[in-house]
Design a protein around this ligand. Structure first.
Ligand SMILES: [Zn+2]
Length: 499
């Protein structure tokens, strides 16, 4: 297989569905916040599909979809239409789904991903609006018989679909695309866009064709990808599986396959006789939507600064590396915290860049460590890090380091106390006596003690072993609880050891 993989070109298009953060459902006034509530508690005649009901379009959902389209560089046609997509499945209450077929809200856009330092543009064919289905729950009774229950809470939740062009070429590109899309949806605040929770779902279709040929090979649609890692692994597995089939002269079946994360393989779910047998026709109960250009411009003006623009501005304005700027703009709230921490008191103009860099380091190293180790969120609750250590406190801590009031080591202890107590840094320094010692007399006394207590290390150093000095510096720092100024310690130690 390794010798001839290059003779096939991988072609991947990706469909992403995201539930929108509206208050109500797509065509009725039921709350869409059904997650964790009793089954069938968020329902009404419309989303239950009782006879004689009429759908009403959710204006907020339309706005969120157009905003997403604008963020993805789409054009917004002046007319959009809703259609009935007919198919039969137990969790589809009406026997059809209201979706959009030939006149979607947004079309012809793109987004960019960073692929090993190169910018790759991936086309977005369309963004349209539809409704989610109910949910089947499969059970087994005491007699061992299978049965299914339906929970209608999810039926009618606004669902936005983003369809990519077949521009993706690998599992890694698929992961980067979905990651970027999630980031944009979260910046816009239109969806929680969480793969693990299922409010964002990603379905790549993967096919292979001999290099140089225009026609596509048989497509396999992949489902059940509940994490970014699963997206990359699932796509890569399919590429290998299809390559092996083609090389042994066997055809690739056009089918839907599900990713099994536990075994690391895809398994067949249904064949092509089920797929794409949809019949669409215009939804007669809904009017054609006229989208005025002025309205689109109003929405464009409401767009927040998006991740790419923010990252470039961070490099320009704060003098950060592209790498750091990228990490700081992963999330809008995280980026906002950084800007607040720097801008609250940026310092004199010659100090500004240094302070911006130091604050970035604290966030990317110390904050990130705490988030990972203690599993606390950065934002969202009273316990969040951004609440316990507000931006002003981080700025003040960095100023204490600049003024040499605390050493870099001492600052770590101050930070730990700020985090657990929520106190401002100056108060922690005062209460705990963590002020840095730089006086030669005070440090000199400790240096003498350490030299007297460590004759072996002293002999090593005098015998030419330079590393012994580091050990002795460490001992002084320990005895002063990190308060001694490290360069003064090193100077005094060297002086005395050489005399
Ligand atoms: Zn309803």
């Amino acid at each position: 297989m390794t010798t001839s993989t290059t003779t096939y070109e991988v072609v991947i298009g990706i469909e992403v569905h995201a539930q929108l953060l509206t208050r109500s459902k797509m065509f009725c006034s039921c709350s869409k916040d059904y997650f964790g509530t009793p089954v069938n508690s968020h329902v009404c005649p419309v989303c239950l599909a009782l006879p004689g009901v009429m759908p009403v379009i959710n204006r907020q959902a339309v706005e969120y979809t157009i905003m997403t389209g604008l963020a993805l560089n789409c054009t917004i046609p002046q007319q959009a239409k809703f259609d009935r997509k007919n198919y039969h499945y137990p969790d589809l209450m009406k026997g059809y789904q209201i979706s959009q077929y030939d006149l979607p809200l947004c079309e012809n856009g793109w987004l960019e991903v960073d692929l090993d330092g190169e910018t790759k543009r991936i086309g977005v064919t369309r963004v349209h609006l539809e409704e989610d289905t109910a949910r089947s729950m499969h059970r087994t009774n005491a007699a061992g018989e299978d049965y299914s229950l339906i929970d209608v809470n999810r039926s009618g939740v606004p669902l936005m679909e983003v369809v990519s062009e077949p521009d993706v070429r690998s599992g890694k590109e698929a992961r980067l695309y979905v990651t970027k899309l999630q980031q944009i949806l979260r910046y816009l605040g239109v969806s929680q866009a969480n793969l693990e929770e299922g409010n964002m779902r990603c379905e790549p279709n993967i096919s292979l064709r001999p290099v140089g040929r225009d026609e596509f090979g048989s497509k396999v649609e992949l489902k059940n990808l509940a994490s970014f890692r699963a997206v990359e692994r699932g796509v890569n597995f399919e590429i290998e599986r299809q390559t092996a089939l083609l090389e042994s002269g066997r055809p690739v079946e056009h089918e839907t396959r599900g990713w099994r994360d536990d075994i690391g393989e895809t398994v067949s779910q249904r064949g092509k006789e089920m797929a794409e047998d949809y019949r669409y026709f215009p939804e007669p109960d809904l009017p054609l939507l006229a989208i005025a250009p002025e309205y689109v411009e109003e929405l464009r003006a409401k767009l927040p600064e998006l991740p790419d623009a923010k990252r470039e501005r961070f490099v320009r304005e704060y003098g950060l590396s592209a790498y750091d700027a990228n990490l700081l703009t992963v999330d809008g709230e995280w980026a906002g915290y950084y800007e607040a921490a720097v801008d609250i008191d940026p310092g004199e103009s010659d100090r500004r860049a240094a302070r911006a860099k130091t604050i970035a380091n604290w966030m990317l190293q110390d904050f990130a460590q705490v988030v990972n180790a203690q599993d606390v969120a950065f934002v969202g609750s009273e316990e969040s890090i951004s609440v316990r250590v507000p931006p002003a406190h981080l700025n003040q801590l960095v100023q204490l380091i600049e003024a040499e009031t605390v050493s870099t080591t001492g600052a770590k202890s101050v930070f730990a106390e700020m985090l657990s107590s929520g106190k401002p840094p100056q108060q922690v320094v005062d209460e705990q006596g963590l002020t840095q010692i730089s006086g030669a007399d005070e440090i000199g006394a400790v240096v003498d003690d350490v030299i007297a207590a460590n004759p072996d290390a002293v002999a090593d150093y005098r015998g030419g072993k330079e590393t012994a000095l580091q050990f002795l510096v460490g001992q002084v720092m320990r005895q002063t609880r990190g308060r001694a100024k490290p360069d003064v310690v090193a100077t005094l130690l060297t002086e005395r050891l050489r005399s």
